[in-house]
Design a protein around this ligand. Structure first.
Ligand code: TRP
Length: 370
């Protein structure tokens, strides 16, 4: 098998049913091992600093990160600032956004003493891994990458930047530079993780090892598949800043109430939890349930014939109550940008130490130590 067909199979495989089932089972095993002993795991996750985090992020990934961190798993959180310029003409108000993202992280409970929060742009050795990594992938396989493909479709007729084409490789460097062995993902991001696994393996095959040669330079990271319920925006579509349908963590209680009052519902007064047939109403039920740690069916039953107005009132109360402490912390944090910078600098220092050590091994494996 040539490398090219090999990766085509790898990437396609990561999302077929049988493979998904395997990944799911494997994730359950890993969760059980974490419960017994979290010490062998290092998690890497990250976000692009393109806007404020919202409830989609909160229920979809932030809660899970905090859970893993509290379970004692070493957690690395990347503010992916170089990824912002994959599909934009400029950096935008990047500094503000980076600091705002750090404030969001700390406000939801990411603990800067337990987790390493860092940015791409401050870690040169991470970025240098792009060069050897790019040498083991082909442009054809990058063009087939499902995320690159859909990003390309989403950007319409605009030409694709070289950084967009190669961003799965950069993202592999994000994961591999710190030898993370666990990446929490939704199933749509499995191809990314597969790319990192392929690069780790090919680097080993092509360039060999450092030290006594007993271990590959890069361990192959595994997916921790999240079964988090995904919440929709107030219009019943995917929650996303560009659609203007988000509830941001940093919004105040009034703005949250306003946004939820405007949420789309349907003509049936009787409230049920039926995500397939009643996505908009069910989403409000789900938001209420998640925010108050209840079962959505129970929430729906309780509201019963109360109609959309009662449902919205319940959603507003539950969300505002859950977010009140997060918002209070967030307000304190944003009032102290010096502290946020201090957290980021400490994280960047830690990330640089690890990235430099890894790059040292890469140079050794590649016989480029002069
Ligand atoms: N692509 C992710 C996003 O858009 C951010 C990200 C960058 C990331 N590098 C990563 C996520 C590495 C997980 C692992 O949110």
């Amino acid at each position: 098998m040539t490398e090219q067909t090999d990766v085509a199979t790898d990437l396609a495989d990561s999302t077929n049913d049988a493979s998904l089932e395997r990944t799911r089972r494997r994730s359950d095993e890993i969760e059980a091992r974490i419960e017994k002993d979290p010490s062998g795991f290092r998690v890497l996750t990250g976000d692009r600093p393109t806007g404020n985090l919202h409830l989609g992020h909160y229920f979809g990934s932030l809660m899970n990160r905090v859970r893993l961190q509290r379970a004692g798993v070493e957690t690395w959180v990347l503010v992916a600032d170089y990824q912002v310029i994959t599909d934009r003409d400029g950096v935008g108000p990047i500094r503000e956004r980076v600091l705002s993202l750090v404030a969001d992280y700390l406000a939801v409970g990411i603990d800067p003493d337990a987790s390493t929060i860092f940015t791409h742009s401050a870690v040169p050795a991470l970025n240098q891994l792009m060069l050897p990594f790019l040498s083991v992938v082909t442009d054809a396989e990058l063009r087939r990458n499902p995320t690159v493909k859909s990003e390309l479709e989403a950007t319409g007729d605009r030409p694709m930047s070289g950084l967009m084409l190669t961003y799965p490789v950069h993202q592999s460097a994000d994961i591999l530079f710190c030898k993370a062995n666990l990446v929490p993902v939704g199933k749509d991001q499995l191809p990314h993780l597969e790319q990192a696994r392929v690069i780790a393996r090919r680097f080993d095959e092509r360039y060999g090892r450092a030290g006594d040669g007993s271990q590959p330079v890069f361990p192959r990271p595994e997916a921790l598949l999240s079964d988090a319920a995904s919440v929709l925006g107030t219009d019943g579509q995917k929650m996303s800043k560009s659609r203007g349908n988000t509830i941001e963590l940093g919004m105040d209680a009034d703005a949250t109430a306003k946004a939820l009052k405007r949420a789309v519902t349907d003509a049936d007064r009787h409230i049920t939890y039926d995500p397939v047939n009643r996505p908009e109403v069910s989403n409000l039920v789900l938001l209420t349930a998640l925010a108050s740690e209840r079962d959505p069916h129970e929430v729906a039953e309780e509201i019963g014939d109360g109609g959309a107005a009662t449902l919205k009132k319940a959603a507003i109360e539950a969300v505002n109550e859950m977010l009140a402490p997060v918002r209070a912390r967030r307000a304190e944090l944003t009032a102290d940008p010096g502290y946020l910078l201090q957290v980021l600098r400490a994280g960047n220092d830690r990330a640089n130490a690890v990235a430099d050590a890894t790059l040292g091994e890469v140079r050794e494996a590649m016989q480029m130590v002069y």
